[in-house]
Design a protein around this ligand. Sequence first.
Ligand SMILES: NC(=O)c1ccc[n+]([C@@H]2O[C@H](COP(=O)([O-])OP(=O)(O)OC[C@H]3O[C@@H](n4cnc5c(N)ncnc54)[C@H](OP(=O)(O)O)[C@@H]3O)[C@@H](O)[C@H]2O)c1
Length: 258
Amino acid sequence: MSRRTPPASVLITGATGGIGRALALHYAAPGRILILHGRDTTKMDALTQECTQRGARVLALLHDLTDIDGWMNALDKVASVNPIDLAIVNAGATHIIGGDGESWADIERVLNTNLRAALATTSALLPHMQRRGGGQIALISSVSAWYGIPVSPAYSASKAALKNYGEAMRAWLAPRNIAVSVVLPGFVKSAMSDKFPTGKPFMLSAEDAAQRIARGLARNQARISFPMLLAAGTWFLAVLPAPVSQLLLQWLGFSRKT
Ligand SMILES: NC(=O)c1ccc[n+]([C@@H]2O[C@H](COP(=O)([O-])OP(=O)(O)OC[C@H]3O[C@@H](n4cnc5c(N)ncnc54)[C@H](OP(=O)(O)O)[C@@H]3O)[C@@H](O)[C@H]2O)c1
């Protein structure tokens, strides 16, 4: 599929977070409808005001994504009235492993937010896009989809699954004029990356990340992966023999021993 025309309406989940907020401000423009999802009223009110000042019309959706059925119903209702040209499935949660490993409650929260809710968002929107004969979906995965990062196993697993889902859906939906891109960012400054206990090589600002994502989406890239060195490095970890990759990760300080 070729370049996409600028979207008239954009849905962003997790718009109150670092990358989501930067994306919302990037797309905020006169004549555009932004459907912004979050769960924090104060952050959402402030973001709505900023986007409105830039000329966008904002519809705010406040919802905890772990309530999957409630979220799908809410989204279905919104999409019936407001056709969505571009959906950026961005909301995510992380967990850093501790000395006792990851509790089931933490694993479940991460998988529910990053994987189940992301697939539920896509599933709720697809019938509407298919009826209209087109649309675009961006799934925000991570470079950790290439190779599991020892400090966050459940998070890495959720992002790897999301990447595979997006790749499969892109091929299936292309003949239906629905474009699917998988976004694989490296470190981006946000509340999430602030929790990461190791070094954060080549970290980008959320604004820089938002611009790279929007550029890739306009070009309808299958995979939007950045920054280049980290993207290439993590891809390389996946193709090297596993013992070599694990030694490299240890050497780089990404294996927490406590
Ligand atoms: N930052 C990085 O280095 C990095 C790298 C690779 C990929 N990513 C991915 O990029 C996406 C955005 O991350 P970020 O860095 O911008 O993190 P962030 O600042 O922590 O933002 C995460 C967003 O998701 C929302 N969210 C989390 N759990 C939710 C739930 N149960 N229900 C509803 N909303 C929920 C948060 O809402 P609240 O504000 O209410 O918590 C927030 O709006 C995530 O998918 C993340 O995995 C980030």
